[in-house]
Design a protein around this ligand. Structure first.
Ligand SMILES: [Zn+2]
Length: 116
C-alpha cells in the first residue's frame, strides 16, 4: 500500500529528527505535514497507516496534521500563474499546454511538536 510506505518513511524521518535533537526519548504529540495534491496521498488513509505503523515508536498516538497544497503552475508562454483543477494543465490565459509545476508535489514534514 502506497500510504503504508509513506507512513514508514515518515517514521524513519521522525526518528532521525529526534536523534538529531538528542531527544530520542521524547514523545511526539503532533506531526505537521504539507502534502501536495499531486502526491496522490489520501490523508485519511495516511492517518490510519501512520497510527498502525507508529505503534511502539516515539510517535505512537501522535496527531497527524496535514496541510494540503494545491497544484499551481506557471505558463511558459505568457508567465501567468494559475491553480490547476482536475489535472487540466493548460494556461487559462493563453491556452498553452506548456507549463511549469510550481507546487503540488510536496511531501514534507514541517514541524514536530514534542511532549517533554
Ligand atoms: Zn499562458
Amino acid at each position: 500500500m502506497h500510504e503504508m510506505s509513506i507512513a514508514q518513511n515518515l517514521l524513519d524521518l521522525i526518528g532521525e529528527r529526534l536523534s538529531q535533537l538528542e531527544m530520542g526519548s521524547a514523545k511526539v504529540k503532533v506531526v505537521r505535514m504539507r502534502i501536495g495534491e499531486m502526491a496522490g496521498v489520501l490523508p485519511d488513509s495516511l492517518r490510519f497507516c501512520f497510527g498502525v505503523a507508529s505503534e511502539g515508536t516515539p510517535a505512537e498516538g501522535a496527531e497527524l496534521v496535514i496541510d494540503q497544497v494545491p497544484i499551481k503552475c506557471r505558463c511558459h508562454n505568457c508567465k501567468a500563474e494559475f491553480s490547476v483543477e482536475a489535472y487540466a494543465f493548460i494556461c487559462p490565459n493563453c491556452g498553452s499546454p506548456e507549463t511549469d509545476l510550481l507546487s503540488g508535489n510536496e511531501l514534507d514534514v514541517i514541524e514536530l511538536e514534542l511532549d517533554g
